[in-house]
Design a protein around this ligand. Sequence first.
Ligand SMILES: *[C@@H]1O[C@H](CO)[C@@H](O)[C@H](O)[C@H]1NC(C)=O
Ligand SMILES: *[C@@H]1O[C@H](CO)[C@@H](O)[C@H](O)[C@H]1NC(C)=O
Ligand SMILES: *[C@@H]1O[C@H](CO)[C@@H](O)[C@H](O)[C@H]1NC(C)=O
Ligand SMILES: *[C@@H]1O[C@H](CO)[C@@H](O)[C@H](O)[C@H]1NC(C)=O
Ligand SMILES: *[C@@H]1O[C@H](CO)[C@@H](O)[C@H](O)[C@H]1NC(C)=O
Ligand SMILES: *[C@@H]1O[C@H](CO)[C@@H](O)[C@H](O)[C@H]1NC(C)=O
Ligand SMILES: *[C@@H]1O[C@H](CO)[C@@H](O)[C@H](O)[C@H]1NC(C)=O
Ligand SMILES: *[C@@H]1O[C@H](CO)[C@@H](O)[C@H](O)[C@H]1NC(C)=O
Length: 203
Amino acid sequence: MIFISLLSAGTPVFVQTGTDLLLDVKEPVDLNELDLFTWKVNGSVNVVRLINGNLTISPNYTSRAELSAQNHSLLLKNVQKGDSGVYRAHVAAETNTDVAEYSVTVLDPVSGVKLTVKLCSSDSTKVTVICSTEDSLINSTFTCDNQTCSHEGGERAEIITPGVSLDVYLENGSVICNHSNQVSSTRDIQKIEEFCKKPEGKS
Ligand SMILES: *[C@@H]1O[C@H](CO)[C@@H](O)[C@H](O)[C@H]1NC(C)=O
Ligand SMILES: *[C@@H]1O[C@H](CO)[C@@H](O)[C@H](O)[C@H]1NC(C)=O
Ligand SMILES: *[C@@H]1O[C@H](CO)[C@@H](O)[C@H](O)[C@H]1NC(C)=O
Ligand SMILES: *[C@@H]1O[C@H](CO)[C@@H](O)[C@H](O)[C@H]1NC(C)=O
Ligand SMILES: *[C@@H]1O[C@H](CO)[C@@H](O)[C@H](O)[C@H]1NC(C)=O
Ligand SMILES: *[C@@H]1O[C@H](CO)[C@@H](O)[C@H](O)[C@H]1NC(C)=O
Ligand SMILES: *[C@@H]1O[C@H](CO)[C@@H](O)[C@H](O)[C@H]1NC(C)=O
Ligand SMILES: *[C@@H]1O[C@H](CO)[C@@H](O)[C@H](O)[C@H]1NC(C)=O
């Protein structure tokens, strides 16, 4: 139960592994002498604590977390997947207030994609291509007359990771295969008339 409510809390933020993450506190925070300001992860792990101008960065974060003295934003450097979680900036004073809340997901960039021809009809008007990645593939059929090609549909065989999408589409006479998630995308492009040109291609 707690797990679910934690996961659904806060502004979603997606960040790529190895990059720096800045979590802003949007409104100015006024702290009185005994007020305690904290950034916590998952409700329990302290990242920084600030009381009476005294800043404590938790041992696990000493070399990679910084708190902005001006606006209390948290900078977390070189984030890893284990840094995913719900981040809350909190002021404990006469009343307790959350002043910022983010649901952070650290993701690896997607792998590359490769577009290959599976079938060319003898008159080259029907082309089936396969777009593949390390762990999934999608095939797609296009029919062409002399000038234009249209997308006829396709099927996918996939072990898709949540949040990852793999799409094949036609744009401006080229077939584009696009592999993307919230933090990155890769693509392979080929002009449609080039697909059926090399019948000897055997790899
Ligand atoms: C900051 O913390 C140190 C050690 O805990 C303490 O000696 C010092 O008085 C504190 N400074 C302020 C301004 O509270
Ligand atoms: C520090 O990190 C280690 C390994 O990730 C973890 O086991 C430990 O609980 C953390 N300590 C604190 C105080 O968060
Ligand atoms: C807060 O301060 C940091 C570092 O000084 C800055 O990068 C960031 O843009 C500031 N955020 C806001 C909301 O002012
Ligand atoms: C927060 O909880 C999530 C889900 O249990 C976990 O994957 C993540 O490593 C935790 N984050 C931190 C910094 O402990
Ligand atoms: C396509 O081109 C061929 C030869 O260039 C021509 O004979 C044929 O009529 C054209 N078909 C269409 C639908 O334009
Ligand atoms: C497309 O992929 C599906 C699933 O792997 C397969 O069943 C189907 O025969 C393929 N179609 C073509 C035209 O390659
Ligand atoms: C489509 O291709 C033409 C000619 O190659 C080019 O001039 C145009 O900018 C392209 N449009 C798009 C949206 O890529
Ligand atoms: C790939 O697809 C995603 C999601 O549809 C889109 O946001 C992104 O701009 C596309 N990337 C490229 C390189 O076309």
